[in-house]
Design a protein around this ligand. Structure first.
Ligand code: SF4
Length: 478
């Protein structure tokens, strides 16, 4: 499908846009995004393609002319929420204020694998689109407004290379930059290789130009390099994530580089060395382990042992003694024994994670794990998850208490209310959220760099006081 050429869009005297035979008056788009950072970033790309068609974002679903659901298939809970939201959307098919028909579309991972079923079951859905066609959303919306209904586009991009330009629609110094898409790992519980396709990397040269442009023209200071398995970046092109990081390190004005998500099998010596060499790589790494038991890891087809994983952590901590590690854990993988579960608790002791994301196993249709005969009950899974979380919180409280009295530099993201008190929230290089009170209520710290001394740190919250306010870095878009 050809992309709509922006040069073909004319702005008319009444402010509407003329595209081909259609007029696009000013309209509102409402988006619901489920799941991971990749999905949130995809939503941002989608919105950037809808702006030329005269759409602006609304938070109010009842005001929408176009409703988009960007779905996630990783966990059953997210699927169920989406089905329920889509079901309810039938009551909003006509905009109460304008009387116009509301177009409804679903994209992302569930749409990639279930588009036909969705269109059949939910007649209010106008179209469904897969994960590899989000840059064609303009054409799909055009088709919907020219009268086409109940269609789906879930084709894969067959090109060998992966080439895009990062789109940001916000005035923030933080940007997500896709560097690789797809995954070749096929962990036994994961649906991603089926919803996102095989691995394809962008080139280092393209990404460096892209980030330099974001830094120079959009005031970006912090980038998060994104992909399902960023550690595989460049393998098929003879490039590597470590090389990319060291090239990005040279961009003047860029302050922090993060990357996610990592696979422990692919954490190379070269990448570990980059954690020591790079001046801008964050003091944080999210390294999903999933289980502390080697036998469970084998059933998960994770390709590494706990010994390998812990050896990588040790090397990372040698390369950067400030580094803070977080992880993902699945509680109650099919047929997990009590002993295997205890191995996960042991791992928490050995790895000393700063925080964990932990979930009950949830079978994804089509994966190997979903076909495993399983003896575990919901109650056993729930109990094990609670044990893991409680165990981790004790470790976390101890680790965080060591922050008290120390000064951390944070990039301030927003303000909010905590128990009736106005506080600003910033994030450290090590990805910890820190709250502090402003010196006066009318003082704005939005996107300032601030040194904060930690006055109180518990497992779940860090409070501090301002030591020095550096203000905004020049070049930041207001
Ligand atoms: S590496 Fe991650 S994205 Fe790839 S299959 Fe395994 S869990 Fe899924």
């Amino acid at each position: 499908m050809d992309k709509l050429a922006l040069s073909e869009i004319q702005t008319l005297a009444d402010g509407s846009k003329k595209v081909g035979d259609l007029n696009f008056p000013k309209r509102k788009v409402w988006v619901k995004t489920y799941g991971c950072q990749m999905n949130y970033h995809d939503t941002e790309r989608i919105l950037s393609h809808l702006t030329p068609l005269n759409f602006t974002l609304t938070e109010d679903q009842e005001e929408a002319d176009l409703m988009l659901f960007n779905t996630c298939a990783i966990r059953d809970l997210a699927n169920q929420k989406f089905y329920s939201h889509l079901g309810n959307a039938k009551h909003l098919k006509v905009n109460n204020k304008t009387g116009r028909e509301v177009k409804i579309a679903a994209g992302g991972c569930i749409a990639q694998t279930e588009s036909k079923e969705l269109l059949k079951k939910y007649p209010q859905l106008d179209f469904a689109f897969g994960t590899d066609v989000i840059d064609n959303i303009g054409e799909l919306v055009y088709r919907a407004y020219s009268g086409d209904r109940s269609f789906s586009v879930t084709s894969w991009d067959r090109a060998d290379n992966y080439s895009i330009e990062t789109k940001v629609t916000h005035n923030s110094p933080q940007a997500f930059v896709n560097i690789i898409k797809g995954c070749d790992k096929f962990c036994s519980y994961c649906i991603v290789p089926f919803t996102r396709g095989r691995e394809k990397s962008r080139s280092i040269a393209e990404i460096v130009n892209d980030v330099a442009r974001l830094v120079t023209y959009q005031g970006v200071q912090e980038v998060t390099l994104l992909g399902q398995n960023v550690n595989s970046f460049g393998k098929k092109n003879g490039e590597s994530l470590a090389e990319l990081i060291l090239e990005l390190d040279k961009i003047e004005g860029l302050e922090i580089i993060r990357y996610t998500t990592s696979h422990p099998y692919d954490i190379s010596d070269e990448l570990i060395a980059a954690h020591g060499k790079s001046k801008k790589l964050a003091n944080h790494l999210h390294l999903p382990v999933q289980s502390g038991s080697n036998t469970v890891l084998r059933r998960m087809l994770r390709q590494y042992s706990i010994e390998h994983y812990l050896e990588r952590l040790e090397r990372l901590r040698e390369a950067n003694p400030e580094i803070v590690i977080s992880t993902d854990i699945i509680a109650g993988f099919p047929n997990e024994t009590e002993e295997e579960h205890r191995k996960t608790l042991e791992l928490l002791d050995r790895a000393q994670y700063d925080f964990i994301y932990s979930y009950n196993f949830s079978a994804r249709p089509g994966t190997k794990a979903s076909k495993m005969k399983d003896v575990l009950t919901k109650e056993i899974r729930g109990r094990r998850l609670r044990e893991i979380q409680k165990y981790q919180l004790d470790i976390q409280a101890k680790l965080r208490s060591e922050m008290e009295g120390k000064v951390f530099r944070v990039l301030v993201e927003k303000k909010g209310q905590m128990k009736g008190v106005t506080k600003w929230m910033g994030r450290t290089s090590c990805f910890r959220i820190v709250h502090f009170e402003p010196e006066s209520l009318d003082q704005s710290y939005q996107w300032h760099w601030v040194d904060v001394r930690i006055t109180q740190a518990t497992a779940l919250s860090c409070q501090g006081e301002v030591v020095f306010d550096y203000g905004r870095k020049p070049g930041l878009v207001q």
